[in-house]
Design a protein around this ligand. Structure first.
Ligand code: HEM
Length: 179
């Protein structure tokens, strides 16, 4: 996982809970904590940090990932403005992740291993996001979608219809726009 993701997690944790909590998480996870944005670090370190946060905050790891994704979106909007420019809704922004955002991310951060998405609409007008990644971080994607909706002043309801964590080959998140 690229260091930039660890940097975002550090910022999210310190903004919400303070520097001491981040230091505690590093200790509990048994990781060194010196992450440079362009560096690559073992996925096991992000998993250990998320696990430590879950224990500290008495949450499930899935909830921590979702919270992190939502909290990270304003930081991403600040750092990567061009990816948001030209979009007037979260829907078109999210639809650009596979073809524009993550391919650009791979150019910026060599060795980035971004997930694969596919998109369809169901009969109820929901956007169905198919997610596939060996990292199985669908809950992070869930949080990113919520954060994107916040960003565009929208409200969404997301149903996790299928999940790799339950043995499915892909995850499917159905997103309904409430307004
Ligand atoms: C400004 C927008 C975005 C930027 C700059 C960005 C950047 C990144 C970066 C740098 C990584 C780490 C890749 C690696 O270390 O190998 C990543 C991973 C990821 N991104 Fe994005 N991303 C953006 C938007 C999104 C959106 C909208 C979604 C979901 C709809 C998304 C879903 C994910 C997920 C779930 C991962 C975790 C890795 C995995 O699942 O394999 N990203 N992204």
């Amino acid at each position: 996982m690229k260091g930039v993701v660890f940097n975002l997690l550090e910022q999210a944790v310190t903004d919400a809970y303070g520097d001491d909590v981040w230091i505690d998480l590093l200790e509990e996870a048994g990781v060194h904590g010196a992450y440079t944005s362009l560096g690559s670090y073992p996925d096991s370190e992000i998993v250990a940090l998320v696990g430590a946060a879950a224990r500290q905050l008495d949450l499930e790891a899935a909830d921590v990932l979702r919270w992190f994704g939502r909290a990270a979106m304003p930081m991403l909007a600040e750092r990567y403005q061009p990816f948001f420019a030209g979009h007037v809704s979260a829907r078109s922004f999210i639809l650009s992740v596979n073809d524009i955002i993550h391919p650009e991310v791979r150019k910026l951060y060599s060795g980035a291993g971004c997930p694969q998405f596919n998109f369809s609409n169901d009969g109820e007008g929901r956007l169905v996001i198919g997610y596939r990644s060996p990292r199985q971080m669908c809950h992070l994607a869930h949080g990113f979608v919520e954060g994107a909706a916040d960003r565009f002043g929208e409200q969404v309801e997301i149903e996790h219809m299928a999940c790799m964590l339950e043995g499915n080959p892909v995850c499917r998140l159905a997103v309904r726009w409430l307004h």
